[in-house]
Design a binder for this molecule. Sequence first.
Ligand code: CTP
Ligand code: CA
Length: 218
Amino acid sequence: LKIILEEKKLNGKKILITAGPTQESIDPIRYITNHSSGKMGYALTKISKRMGAYVTLISGPTNIEKPYFIDEYIEIRTADEMYNEVVKRFKNFDIVIMTAAVADYTPVRKEDKKIKKANESLILELKRTKDILKEISRQRLKNQVIVGFAAETENIIEYGKEKLEKKQVNYIIANNASKVMGSNYSEVFLISKTQVLKFEGSKEYVAKKILDTISSNI
Ligand code: CTP
Ligand code: CA
């Protein structure tokens, strides 16, 4: 019985998770994206369900099958679509975990027709996308737990701490993206105002450690 209770620590909680990359169109056949596989977000989805939560997953394009056990599954493609889907529903959730690798820049113009190869060089003009995490943390309700990820390639903990402060979230999960992006393995630093914890192992193991820490502090 103790094991069952321990497992169901998220009973009655609603969790919103974002996962995967976004795709920003340049023309009808080309886009800008990143190496995010979605594995961490899908692992968090699976473990949250196992721990008893109601789970909504908003996912960018990945090669992972739609989880059959999920409560709500929304597919998006662009940073702008991700923004709309997250912002309109996040207030219904107790915990929001933003694993997605959202594009920071998107083409100023999406050409209607294929860009033909003409000159020796081509300049693509990009504009900033909206920061979803910053926006939801600004609009957050009392007692909502907001978790951001930080994909870094250097100064992992230092940059993670800066994001915790700048985005005013409860936790930042900082990782070395060049090491773990796309991999089944992960190594992260869970950063809050009061602690820095390191978890390493499979993405499911790391997801469990993250969710255990969050659930024991609510
Ligand atoms: N994020 C977001 N909206 C964006 C970009 C990022 O909500 N337009 C979220 C990501 O989902 C992640 C967190 O912000 O949870 C941190 O993403 P990251 O790319 O590490 O940080 P940025 O703030 O975008 O800063 P930079 O890329 O310059 O390091
Ligand atoms: Ca970014």
